[in-house]
Ligand binder design. Structure first.
Ligand SMILES: Cc1cc2nc3c(=O)[nH]c(=O)nc-3n(C[C@H](O)[C@H](O)[C@H](O)COP(=O)(O)O)c2cc1C
Length: 187
């Protein structure tokens, strides 16, 4: 698969086979992740990998509680209430692996670096016939003191980009994209 093929083939996958991802495979994807561009070449990314599905379920349940509390306060997120209250809904979609891309320190570009690493990881996974999905729902819970301790998130940093990873049961159809909106083009 060339780069453009991977860019177009990658989908947010929400249905996974019960098949583990090997340590060697995870490491090869992390190696791709760290090839991302990095502001001032600081390479602030650090990685926590969770393959314990019981722990993932605990984090999912905690995340749902947290998101529901926030949804009660913020009308913009109120529409999530229905899915978040469904007991069977797992924010990690029962994927076998969660990679949490963290930053060693907070800073103006730490988030950009982490998400660029995330895209590299997702494209490399796609090339390896694996599937991924960013899980923004998990960011809050991953930055709670107890979970930070468990994952070893650096004290000065943060958990930024949670990416689930696994073998897809089904790959969804592409989501429609708008044409690029060009605001200006001075020639
Ligand atoms: C920062 C970010 C956070 C996201 N969080 C979630 C999430 O919590 N749960 C989820 O199912 N999908 C999540 N997604 C996936 C998007 O819904 C998905 O990328 C979008 O619908 C486009 O679909 P595609 O990736 O298949 O092109 C997230 C994507 C991004 C970039």
């Amino acid at each position: 698969m060339n780069v453009l093929e991977a860019i177009h083939a990658r989908r947010a996958v929400r249905d996974y086979l019960d098949r583990p991802v090997t340590e060697a495979t995870v490491k090869s994807l992390l190696h791709a992740a760290v090839q991302a561009p990095s502001a001032m070449n600081r390479q602030p990314w650090r990685f926590a990998v969770v393959q314990d599905t019981v722990r993932l379920k605990v984090y999912s349940d905690l995340a749902k509680q947290l998101l529901l509390t926030n949804a009660a306060l913020d009308p913009k997120t109120a529409h999530y209430r229905e899915i978040l209250t469904a007991p069977e809904f797992n924010i990690f979609y029962n994927a076998s692996t969660l990679v949490v891309i963290c930053a060693e320190q907070r800073g103006p570009y730490a988030e950009a670096d982490a998400w660029l690493a995330a895209e590299n990881l997702m494209l490399a996974a796609c090339d390896a016939s694996l599937a991924t999905c960013c899980i923004g729902f998990a960011v809050g819970v991953l930055n709670t003191p107890a979970v930070r301790r468990e994952l070893n998130v650096p004290a000065e940093g943060a958990a930024i980009a949670p990416i689930i990873l696994g073998y897809p049961r089904e790959i969804p159809q592409p989501v429609r994209r708008e044409e690029p909106a060009i605001l200006s083009w001075h020639r």
